[in-house]
Write a protein that binds this ligand. Structure first.
Ligand code: SF4
Length: 334
């Protein structure tokens, strides 16, 4: 965050270290709290840099207290949402990398917003730091970070990669790579570039269909130019090189992709691959006619009986539209 400032003010390494300790580890809540710096330097910092590029517009917590959704405004007056999900000792933050999303998957509320703005590294980090500071007030901390909020990370590759570097940098947030998951709809070329960076985070693919034809219908913008054949070529190469398992997210929509034959086709697609299927019950969102599947357990059973690892994702925050596929700021009339 302070690279430019450090250069123009000829900061010594120990001063940069002091900043990083205060900002990322102590989680100060304003530059005034950076007591290891002189008052003058703090004043310069305040004049030249924003403590956070995002401002909090609204927070909502679900009835059961498990989920808090925060509406942030960017400097360009666009809105994004981020979500904190609590489950026992687990505090997972779901971050956005864009305001809206250009991919327009036909079942996703965020996709209906189109793209308003691509977030920079700092704006992505600001979401994480916000929740880290909030949890610190309860003597708690973030345990997991998922890039599954608004936007497609592979269409904001550099900023997303830089934010992951900052999260996992031992001088900054020092977050375990194993506790960071990036989810993508599968832009093959950029995914190859991302995986080539060896950032060590977990990768999840928004698959949502067991074949090319159905994927072309559900996710037309990404699917048509990024075929399953090309996608698996990249993923299979990555698994071969790293022996890391890929998670495949599959949102189950009634009568669309949840039949027994869909499950069997998914088995055939993933057989022999190091894969975990994460089934997601469709969260009805008022934007579409799509309905939640009744077949979730049966679908899971078919996968498990055929040797495919499969879990069902716990849904958080449906009552505040904070669940998967529901993020869209309120001014969007679905
Ligand atoms: S599912 Fe993901 S990639 Fe598709 S429109 Fe929604 S946010 Fe974008």
């Amino acid at each position: 965050m302070i690279n430019e400032f450090a250069k123009t003010h000829n900061l010594k390494k120990y001063q940069v270290d002091q900043f990083n300790i205060g900002y990322y580890k102590t989680l100060i809540s304003s530059f005034d709290e950076l007591s290891t710096w002189s008052k003058q330097l703090r004043e310069d910092l305040k004049k030249e840099l924003l403590f956070s590029k995002l401002t909090v517009e609204k927070t909502e917590t679900s009835n059961d207290g498990s989920t808090t959704k925060v509406l942030f405004k960017t400097g360009k007056n666009n809105y994004i949402e981020s979500v904190l999900m609590r489950d026992k000792s687990r505090n997972t933050v779901c971050v956005s990398c864009m305001s809206g999303c250009p991919v327009g998957c036909i079942f996703c509320a965020t996709g209906q917003m189109g793209l308003n703005e691509i977030l920079d590294e700092q704006e992505i980090l600001d979401q994480i730091l916000y929740f880290a500071r909030e949890l610190k007030k309860e003597n708690s901390s973030i345990t997991n970070i998922v890039y599954m909020g608004m936007g497609e990370p592979m269409l904001n590759l550099e900023n997303v990669a830089q934010s992951i570097e900052a999260i996992t940098d031992t001088d900054k947030l020092a977050f375990s790579k194993r506790r960071v998951t990036l989810s993508t709809s599968g832009y093959v070329q950029n995914l190859r570039a991302f995986l080539g960076k060896n950032l060590g985070v977990k990768v999840a693919i928004s698959l949502h269909a067991p074949n090319q034809k159905l994927r072309d219908i559900l996710m037309p913008n990404v699917s048509k130019n990024n075929t399953l054949i090309d996608l698996f070529e990249v993923l299979d190469g990555y698994v071969k090189d790293t022996n890391k398992r890929i998670t495949y997210e599959y949102v189950l929509i009634k009568g669309v992709n949840d039949s027994i034959s869909d499950a069997k086709e998914l088995v055939e697609l993933l057989k022999g691959r190091l894969a975990l299927v994460n089934l997601i019950n469709y969260n009805e969102n008022g934007c579409f006619e799509f309905k939640k599947s009744d077949n979730t357990l049966l679908f899971q059973d078919i996968l498990l009986k055929n040797g495919i690892n499969c879990t069902i994702r716990k849904s958080y925050g449906g009552d505040i539209k904070g669940a998967c596929g529901q993020l869209s700021v309120n001014y969007i009339q679905c």
